[in-house]
Write a protein that binds this ligand. Structure first.
Ligand SMILES: [Zn+2]
Length: 51
């Protein structure tokens, strides 16, 4: 399948981010604005919690 599966599941207080430049995915409870690998723009793939 061409669609990669998600990496290790994020903790409940973390959100999943994907780099628009290199496609790297990472979980973070903070709000990262740049990819730690290439410095590209990160897209938040997780929906905000209804809180
Ligand atoms: Zn990147």
């Amino acid at each position: 399948m061409p669609t990669p599966s998600d990496p290790a599941p994020c903790n409940q207080d973390e959100q999943l981010y994907e780099c628009l430049e290199c496609g790297k995915r990472l979980c973070s409870a903070a709000s990262p604005t740049a990819c730690p690998g290439c410095g590209g723009v990160l897209q938040n793939l997780s929906r905000p919690r209804p809180e």
